[in-house]
Design a protein around this ligand. Sequence first.
Ligand code: FES
Length: 105
Amino acid sequence: MGKTLQKIKVSKVNEMPKKLGKTVTIGSHEIALFHLANGEFRAIENRCPHKGGVLVEGIVSGDHVFCPMHDWKISVKNGEVQKPDNGCVKTFNVEIEDGNVYIVL
Ligand code: FES
């Protein structure tokens, strides 16, 4: 038997402007939740693998966020740092239901 999934309501769709992020803390996880220009929501760990920049404060462009500290480009879809830099951040599943945004852990 797998672990029971936790589904936590973190926002309403219409409370989050597009291309902006919101910090969500769930237990020991600090998560950057982004509303992308195409309407999708994505959630990644809110800490840059370089020197701990706060990713929710970064600029969102397409499927990527640019770290506010030294401009590393990180995919909000799979958490991968784009070349020439290397690294990865954890990603979290997001579900939308009845106009609400949930993170599934
Ligand atoms: S801390 Fe993110 S690029 Fe340096």
